[in-house]
Design a protein around this ligand. Sequence first.
Ligand code: GLN
Length: 501
Amino acid sequence: MQHSTMRGTPLHGPTRAARGRRRLAVVVAAWLAFAALLLGATGAQAQETDNSGVAGKTFVIGTDTTFAPFEFRDSSGELTGIDMDLIRAIAESQGFEVEIRSLGFNAALQALSSNQVDGVIAGMSITDERRQIYDFSEPYFESGVQMAVDQDDTTITGYQDLAGKTVVAKTGSEGEAYAKSIADQYGFTVNSLDQSATMYEAVKSGNAVAVFDDYPVLAYGVAQNNGLKTVTEKVPGGSYGFAVNKGQNPELLAAFNTGLAQLKASGEYQRILDKYLAAPQSAAPSTFLDLLTSSFPALMKGLGNTLLVTGISFAVAMVLGLVFGFFRVSTSKILRGIATVFVAVFRGTPLLVWAFFFYFGIPQLTGQPISIWVAGVLTLALNSGAYITEIVRGGIQSVDPGQLEAARSLGLGYGKSMQRVVVPQAFKIMTPSLINQLIIMLKDSSLLLAIGFAELLYQGQQIYAGNFRITETLFIVAVIYFVAIMALTWLANTADRRFNK
Ligand code: GLN
């Protein structure tokens, strides 16, 4: 990293500094514009939660990442499946719009509880526990839990062979509840994962011996050559329903029921089921290049979101860091105290806790949904703001106190001395650490996938959740991150050299 310490060297003139700042501004603006370009026309849509009638309204519907054949992405990255066709057909017949959010099963339920989405359709089983907190539509599909193992496994033929072994199930699912209910009896351990794709991968890689999942989903995966085979009979029960939060959106629920009845009467319902269940086609083998070209648009959209959320969050974090950094070196005990607490809290707690808190927690407390962008920016900015506070404090404190004394003795006031003499030097000292912080933030932004923020790794997950090509997809994602970070480092270093020469 190119950097020259300027301690004790003469100050540069204001025109040069101003030019440097302009250049920096241009670099930042170019970066944000690039991010916006990548995002293209895919701007966030307004969300509406009006409760009076459904016609003309837009409802936000949460769903699972992948639960084929109910929801999954086709080769062009579009969400399809029985649930998607059903909800879209019902929306059309009842005159409302839907905005689908592919969040993952557990996250979709959390989002529903905190009113971040208006409804959930995700092959969601109607259970007594869930009835306590959600209202369900009429059931639209009979399901049931089943167990599958690796297709070459001959040792596990039923629950009795599971003693001492580990099985996987999806977090918050009926399959997980069932596996846990018999785990003690058969002496096995249940490991919970968030996605179907990772569950199947865990079994194929030998990290678990079996997976508990719904039978139509296992059957579909087996037909798609996912490398598994089922070994038990399905457990009866588990009808799927469309869910809304208890007491919320009753008109949406009513419209779903009306629409469903109409689809059943017209034969359209059966046609949708047949389309996905009658003869599941096995996945055509495709090359790495096919994967690369088909996944590239979605990944670029993800990269755009990653860069944009990082850019905005870093700007906010800089403001926080400067304010609290000056508090840290202030002569006021109170200001120092405030800054110390700020740093302690946000440096002393994991980023992910805050992401969940802002996105799922705050709306539950206030009853007001919060935009995923606001939650994401708050999470990243507050965390980085704490680190930047310390960078700023360290920068200011490492400027030779003689510099301040000299400036004061020349007749400059404290404020002017800081602004003209100390801060410019401190800034040069801080720059490499700030660049580091920016890069850390760009990588940390991938954690936002846990709340369903459509950043780069999230897009990668969506892709391998559908095609089960985890290793290759992650490789592509890693290369994109690497290139983006190299480009960013180069940009930042260039700006540093110009600005801090
Ligand atoms: N039917 C199961 C449940 O409701 C699993 C749903 C899913 O994984 N999308 O718990």
